[in-house]
Write a protein that binds this ligand. Structure first.
Ligand code: GCO
Ligand code: MG
Length: 409
């Protein structure tokens, strides 16, 4: 079998997605997600100008060889643009392999290690009452694990707090990237945040009791010492994880956090290769790997990093916001089904328009996701539907402190 076409499809059903579709001489097709929120066209160009011509004539069966060829022959390694492009190829080739074998991808990765994937949903609000309502709404959708984000007195805009009321009428008006000519400027005050967040979790525990699985995302904003302090002050509320407590480019910084708190730590959504996370794993400085198939080079490296993590009892907590397309989500669902050290999957349903473009076969019931037994990844792209939604420039926001200094967002 030979690859005859590699086509990049950019579509924007409520938000932008970049998808690679690979076609073979036997008519079998495979798709992969290459969406990089706010920088989508860079990956689209990388794929169409520099990768697609290299794929024509190759045997789609040789997934590992193609991955290594794209990684090494580019000479300029790593980085989100390169790795999202390689990820899309990797996913599309696993999709094709599954279709050829007549098996869902998780079967090719070793078979099912569980009935389905436990998920967490997202609750947020401006005050405790809104947060409680938001948690109850998530419970009604079947979630038993919930990430809680809250507004903070003294900060006007805050990451992860959905617009209230849900302006678009969609369940999650959460999308942080805005369709605008310039990125939105938000404000930030770490001391105000650190004072307020423990009171939120105290309130939530008092209202919902000890059983509920609770998570929180620090979104890269603290120094190691601040992160250590927040982790410690959250210990009484028994978080399942505290995510991205520091920016983590400096893996060693996590040693300090780890020395001071027993709050479990999750990191990795912006990581691109094993080199970004290897010290965190080998020194057991984290508990959950947040990497996403799309930004980590695809299914092949995600499976490998989880096998490394398994040696240290570190589990998965793959990144699953709506900017990971249904294809990227499917890719990591298959990995999550197969690995022994699965932890929890982030799951935020896509919009109705997105679901019409990407026809998914996965199921979500009783809080459990299942990728389905459809051969391949189990997602098909409807190109006519995709063509209805033109790309629209969108930027993620950024932060400034009170004195005007740019801060991590
Ligand atoms: C999460 C993430 C997202 C990111 C988004 C950026 O934990 O789900 O932090 O909300 O902000 O993916 O594009
Ligand atoms: Mg996050």
């Amino acid at each position: 079998m030979k690859i005859t076409e590699a086509k990049v499809i950019v579509t924007s059903p409520t938000r932008n997605f970049v998808t690679l579709k690979i076609t073979t001489d036997e008519g079998i097709t495979g798709i992969g997600d290459a969406t990089l929120n706010g920088r989508e066209l860079a990956v689209a160009t990388y794929l169409s100008d520099h990768v697609a011509p290299l794929l024509i004539g190759r045997d789609p069966a040789n997934i590992e060889d193609t991955w290594q060829f794209l990684y090494r022959s580019g000479y300029w390694r790593r980085g989100p643009v390169t790795m999202a492009a390689i990820a899309a190829v990797d996913m599309a080739l696993w999709d094709i392999k599954g279709k050829v074998a007549g098996l869902p991808v998780y079967q090719l990765l070793g078979g099912a290690s569980r009935r389905g994937l436990s998920t967490y949903g997202h609750a947020s609000g401006r005050d405790l009452e809104e947060i409680f309502d938001s948690i109850r709404a998530e419970q009604e959708h079947g979630y038993t694990a919930i990430r809680v984000q809250s507004s903070v007195p003294g900060i006007t805009a805050l990451y992860g707090v959905a617009a209230q009321p849900q302006a678009s009428g969609e369940r999650y008006d959460y999308e942080p990237a805005q369709r605008a000519a310039l990125p939105a400027e938000e404000d930030w005050d770490t001391r105000a945040y650190m004072r307020h967040i423990p009171t939120v979790f105290e309130g939530v525990r008092n209202e919902f009791g000890p059983e509920m699985i609770l998570l929180h995302d620090g979104h890269h904003r603290m120094t190691p010492l601040q992160a250590a302090k927040l982790g410690k002050s959250l210990e009484p509320y028994d978080l399942f994880w505290l995510e991205d407590c520091t920016p983590a480019e400096n893996q060693e910084a996590l040693r300090l956090v780890r020395r001071h708190t027993t709050t479990p730590l999750a990191i990795g959504e912006v990581f691109n290769t094993v080199w970004d996370i290897k010290d965190l794993i080998q020194e057991q400085l984290i508990d959950y790997v947040r990497c996403a198939s799309t930004h980590f080079g695809g299914i092949s490296p995600l499976k490998k990093v989880m096998d490394l993590a398994a040696m240290y009892q570190i589990k998965s907590g793959f990144h699953g916001p709506t900017d990971v397309s249904p294809v990227g989500l499917a890719a990591q669902m298959h990995v999550g089904m197969a690995i022994h050290n699965f932890g929890l999957q982030e799951y935020m349903p896509h919009s109705e328009k997105t679901d019409a473009v990407f026809r998914q076969s996965m199921t979500f019931s009783g809080g459990l996701l299942h990728p389905s037994d459809t051969p391949g990844l189990g997602v098909e792209i409807d190109e006519d539907e995709a063509a209805k939604y033109e790309y629209a420039n969108a930027y993620l926001p950024y932060n400034r402190l009170a004195d005007g200094t740019v801060h991590d967002w």
